[in-house]
Structure formats: C-alpha cells, structure tokens
Design a protein around this ligand. Structure first.
Ligand SMILES: [Zn+2]
Ligand SMILES: [Zn+2]
Length: 269
C-alpha cells in the first residue's frame, strides 16, 4: 500500500492513496492541470486513478475536482450534504459520476471510512483508508485528518493504531497571535471549527501512534503562521517528551510540501 500528498496547504490539497496500480484521490484543491503534472512526478499514470473522495466543500479541497473527474471520467465520492454544498462549484458532472456515500464504502479496492471533523464547512470529514486483509497480506491503514479545530472523539476512535498518518499541523500558536492576521481570522483559525495547532496535533498523534506505525506526514501547514521547521521540531519535541519512541522506535515524521508532491511512501508489509 502506498500514499503521498500531491499538494498541501490553503492554496490547495490533494492526497493519493493506493495499492499496486489502483489509486484514489482524497480531494483535488489544485487545478486539474497541476494535479496531473504533480502526479507525473510520482510516476503514477493518471489512467490508474479510480475516484476522488471529497472531505469538504472549501475551495482548497475542491478547486480541480470537477475538471479532473470529467477529464479522467472517474466518479466523485461525497456525502449527500457535501454534494448539496459543492455541486454548483463543480460544473457539469454526469449522473453516474456522482456517488452519494455514507460513512463507509470501497474505492480502488480499498475500504474508505469517513468520520466527522470539527470545521466551519457544511460538513467535514477525516478518513481512514484500509487495505483489506488477503491470504498473503495483513491489513494496512492510512489515517487522514486535516481541517479540524480540535481533536475529536471520532479521531481518537478511528486513528488509533494506523500504519501511517497524513495529519494537519496548521499553525504555531505564537506565530498566529503575533502575526499579521486580523483578529477575526485569528479567532476563526484557533476556534473549535478552525484548524489544528502544532502542539494540539502532536498530543493527539501521541495517542494514535502504536508499535506498527511507520510514517507521519504533517500537512496543511499555514504559510503565514507556521513553517516546516517549526511544525516538525514542535511535533518531534512533544512526541519525545511523551516517550513515544518507547512504543514506536522508528516512526518517521516528515512535512508535506506546499506545491509539489511528497515522495511516494510505500508501507512495509
Ligand atoms: Zn477547510
Ligand atoms: Zn483546507
């Protein structure tokens, strides 16, 4: 099983998850053209993408969804509420490409579970993407959580023990409050329906990482209120303070680049 981020941050988000030659996208918040360009950098042929799962209707998650679905002739998976919220922004989508999902479904041979996050969109979801067990292979899971103002009970429930994570480290408290954003925006970002702060995320992560966890990718970093160095050092410091290396000595933590793809991460069996 493999995954990567293709773009990450408020200028646009897209995550790829797959196995062998079947893949799904989680969001497409960059243009269809940029998405195809970034995909070629991780050597994934676009003909192998089988669907786009949408987490919520904010433009940094759906900008290229309509164009890409039309170009690749692939279905879009979203809940009824998200369909209502985003349909006007997608352009014309054929009936058979509109898949109305509830909390779990399968796409590209993987099981997808949606759970709510706490965010100021009509609806907003995190995902757990699982590769089902087969004769010769155990199950593997990638936990995804961006765009949440707080760590929710559902995150604890579904993210604990995932083999890999793509999780939001949006801002650094000090940088946000001492930074140039207007007061209302600072309140919005740090509020219950905004985004996750580095330390907040690290504390959640410390409970989700188990002995089997291999990789963590920090995602959706704010350009103004965070830096890759601050996010990484804060998360590593807290994981160290909480003695996470005891239960998981070789977990690797990295930061998703904003405009370019992260390297393709292939999970060990
Ligand atoms: Zn959002
Ligand atoms: Zn976002």
């Amino acid at each position: 099983m493999h995954f990567t981020t293709l773009a990450s941050g408020s200028s646009g988000n897209a995550i790829l998850v797959g196995e062998d030659n079947r893949h799904l996208l989680v969001d497409c918040g960059i243009s269809g053209k940029s998405l195809l360009h970034n995909l070629s950098h991780v050597n994934i042929p676009y003909s192998e993408i089988e669907g786009i799962v949408v987490t919520h209707e904010h433009v940094d998650h759906i900008r290229g969804v309509g164009v890409l679905a039309r170009k690749l002739k692939i279905p879009i998976y979203a809940t009824t509420g998200l369909w209502k919220a985003m349909r006007p922004s997608l352009g014309k989508i054929a009936e058979n490409q509109q898949v109305d999902v509830q909390d779990s479904f399968s796409c590209a041979g993987l099981n997808v579970l949606l759970y709510p996050t706490s965010h100021d969109s009509r609806e907003s979801y995190g995902l757990k993407v699982t590769r089902p067990k087969r004769q010769d292979r155990g199950d593997l899971a990638v936990g995804i959580a961006t765009d949440s103002g707080r760590i929710t009970a559902e995150m604890h429930q579904h993210l604990k023990g995932c083999d890999a994570f793509v999780v939001e480290a949006n801002y650094d408290d000090e940088r946000l409050w001492n930074g140039p954003y207007p007061w209302y925006l600072k309140k919005r970002i740090s509020g219950h329906y905004g985004h996750l702060e580095n330390k907040q995320l690290a504390e959640g992560l410390s409970e989700w990482i188990e002995g089997n966890t291999q990789r963590v990718v920090l995602a959706h970093l704010s350009e103004e209120n965070n830096t890759p160095e601050i996010a990484l050092s804060t998360v590593l410091r807290i994981l160290k303070e909480l003695n996470i290396s005891k239960k998981c000595p070789d977990v690797q933590v990295q930061v998703a680049p904003r405009h370019t793809p992260h390297e393709l991460i292939i999970l060990r069996e």
